[in-house]
Ligand binder design. Structure first.
Ligand code: ADP
Ligand code: 5GP
Length: 207
């Protein structure tokens, strides 16, 4: 089995990463989304076990002590972590994974070198537009928006760490770009557009 690809995707809050990833998951076969564990409260419409595994702080700390996380970080005052076991299992099964994590987590994965990934940064066209989207989403208080915008500046300053940068100006264009990255990586791995290993025997006539 050819191991799946890990796409590590970061973006300042409000850049449109969730919107973009949902579209990719609907339109692309053979790819899955890694459900992180968090101590933050669910937003309206978010479901436990679907958007995140929502846990209490002491539960998170216990998991962290047990080395259950591939990466973990405190983001905007809450803890977030990626399940090491789930990622390894899915990659071994040949599935591609979209990992939606912050810059600190992406750096941990890159520097640890345990799992190879492709690092993609999604940006809004400007900080002004970012603020507009965060305000327009109506999920955050004014204070939280302020924290998220301050963090955005710090995150954008670390953009060099990423292999790819996608500006989410027109959503359709951004989707196209992300999908192209996923598909071109599959081609490198000798896999089809749907993620299946290519039948090289049939192609070469050496069956
Ligand atoms: P993130 O997951 O990065 O925090 P969201 O996907 O929740 O961001 O998007 C933030 C807001 O911006 C949402 O209201 C979303 O509908 C809107 N949005 C996303 N992409 C675009 C885009 N390309 N143009 C305009 N608005 C967008
Ligand atoms: P939100 O609260 O808006 O869903 O997410 C806030 C931030 O936490 C986003 O930048 C998101 O990418 C990040 N995040 C979500 N899950 C994880 C994770 O498992 N690890 C890390 N390091 N960051 C995460």
């Amino acid at each position: 089995m050819i191991r799946g690809n890990l796409f590590v995707i970061s973006a300042p809050s409000g850049a449109g990463k969730t919107t973009l990833l949902k579209q990719i998951l609907t339109r692309t076969q053979g790819i899955t989304f890694s459900i992180s564990t968090t101590t933050r409260n669910p937003r309206d419409g978010e479901k436990d076990g679907v958007d995140y595994n929502f846990v209490e702080k002491n539960e998170f700390e216990k998991m962290r002590e047990d080395n259950a996380f591939l990466d973990w970080a405190e983001v905007h005052g809450n803890y977030y972590g990626t399940s090491r076991e789930a990622i390894e299992k899915e990659l071994d099964a040949g599935l591609d994974i979209l990992l939606d994590i912050d810059v600190q987590g992406a750096r941990q994965i890159k520097e640890s070198g345990h799992v190879k990934g492709l690092f993609i940064f999604i940006a809004a066209p400007s900080l002004k537009e970012l603020e507009k989207r965060l305000t327009g989403r109506r999920t955050e208080s004014e204070e939280t928006i302020k924290i998220r915008l301050e963090n955005a500046r710090k995150e954008i300053a670390q953009l060099d760490m990423y292999d790819y940068v996608i500006v989410n100006d027109k959503l359709e264009d951004a989707i196209k770009m992300l999908q192209s990255i996923i598909l071109s990586q599959r081609s490198r791995n000798r896999r089809s557009t749907s993620g299946e290993p290519l039948s090289l025997g049939a192609i070469t006539g050496n069956e």
